[in-house]
Design a protein around this ligand. Structure first.
Ligand code: SF4
Length: 366
């Protein structure tokens, strides 16, 4: 979303409300929204920068360095606060540096259990949710009423359902939506007021079946791995005769696949959703939930080939990728592995993508 900062500034001016930046999709945005605050995911800018060198070493993943660079360069100067839910040490370091060297008015750390399958995880995270709600109430001076929280949960669940419906349009052949367009829609949802986003998604879902410029048929790709908000990379891939039809990214399906379940206690319901969601490798064994999820996506979206990406030095994804690659190859899905940096080497990636996709045209000739 190119004008993300302008949007947040205008929202702030229009509503007089606070804006909070969050570092990871394990942050329960519903609580922030229920407190009348706009949650905005902090993402990188994909521009070379050396401002992070004094604070974070070059062995941290490029996504974290890019995120911190955005803060140090003042791109998020409209943020009133920041929130982080514990996931990996890399993004934790970016949060800690931001807290110390940019020093926003408010910052909060949520202890997100590392073993989501543990029996202690649900009561522990439910208590974390309660503590976070209290902290937001103290900061804003306003209570987060059960009505506000219930409404926020409903808005977020509606948004998840709409995004799921949008993704379902990619099951068709050819898909009704490009992968780069789907990525932009998920990213805009991570930065916009959810009520407004829901309204736009509803309109779009009504218009898409009649779109005058549908994607042409192409090789149906699955994309999975670490953080990937590089819309330019997807456009490059799609310009070479492929359609990205499904993904397993925190900037894609992992963000919205699971709803907050019905529960008499809304804080426990939120905790259940974040424990049971489509997991990041930092939170669950790949065999337990990620493999079945990838298997289902590949089957339901009629995937023919896969691109697995990883941010350089990302240990959590580095462990999972060989296992996911093994599953895909057992399913007869050829894979291409690419390592991302703050900026991607476009010429080199183009050559590797062309060589990979060429295999399919040779297959068709045979
Ligand atoms: S999980 Fe990987 S990509 Fe995501 S913040 Fe951690 S190191 Fe970076």
């Amino acid at each position: 979303m190119a004008d993300r900062h302008a949007y947040a500034r205008q929202w702030k001016e229009r509503t007089g409300g606070k804006v909070v930046g969050y570092f990871c999709t394990y942050v329960p945005e519903e609580l922030i929204f229920a407190a009348g605050i706009l949650p905005v995911r902090i993402l990188g800018g994909h521009q070379p920068s050396d401002v992070t060198e004094p604070y974070i070493t070059s062995r941290y993943c490029p996504h974290c360095r890019d995120v911190l660079a955005q803060g140090l360069e003042g791109k998020y100067d409209y943020l009133d606060g920041i929130v982080y839910a514990h996931t990996c040490v890399h993004i934790g370091q970016a949060f800690a540096c931001w807290e110390r060297h940019i020093a926003p008015e408010y910052s909060y750390f949520i202890y997100m259990p590392a073993s989501v399958q543990s029996l202690a995880a649900l009561p522990r995270l439910s208590q974390e949710m309660a503590d976070f709600r209290t902290s937001l109430e103290e900061w804003t001076g306003k209570p987060v009423s059960p009505g506000h929280l219930g409404q926020a949960i409903q808005n977020y669940n509606t948004n998840r359902r709409l995004l799921w419906n949008l993704y379902a349009l990619r099951r068709k052949e050819p898909p009704l939506l490009r992968g780069s367009e789907a990525l932009e829609m998920v990213l805009s949802g991570q930065m916009m007021d959810k009520e407004e986003h829901n309204h736009l998604l509803t309109e779009l879902l009504a218009e898409l079946p009649q779109r005058p410029d549908p994607p042409a048929p192409g090789i149906r790709l699955f994309m999975g791995g670490g953080e990937n908000d590089d819309v330019g990379f997807l456009r490059l891939t799609e310009s070479l005769g492929a359609n990205v039809v499904a993904d397993d990214h925190c900037t894609g399906s992992r963000y919205f696949w699971n709803q907050v379940p019905q529960d008499d206690d809304p804080l426990r319901a939120l905790a259940r959703r974040y424990l049971e969601r489509s997991p990041c490798p930092q939170k669950d064994w790949v065999e337990r939930r990620r493999l079945p999820i990838v298997h289902e996506l590949v089957r339901d979206y009629s995937v023919e080939a896969a691109i697995l990406t990883q941010q350089k030095f990302c240990d959590p994804h580095e462990y999972d990728i060989p296992i996911i690659k093994g599953l895909l190859e057992d399913m007869g899905i050829p894979c291409l592995f690419l390592e991302f940096d703050v900026t991607i080497p476009e010429g080199q990636f183009r050559t590797r993508l062309e060589a990979f996709l060429e295999m399919f045209s040779l297959d068709m000739v045979r």
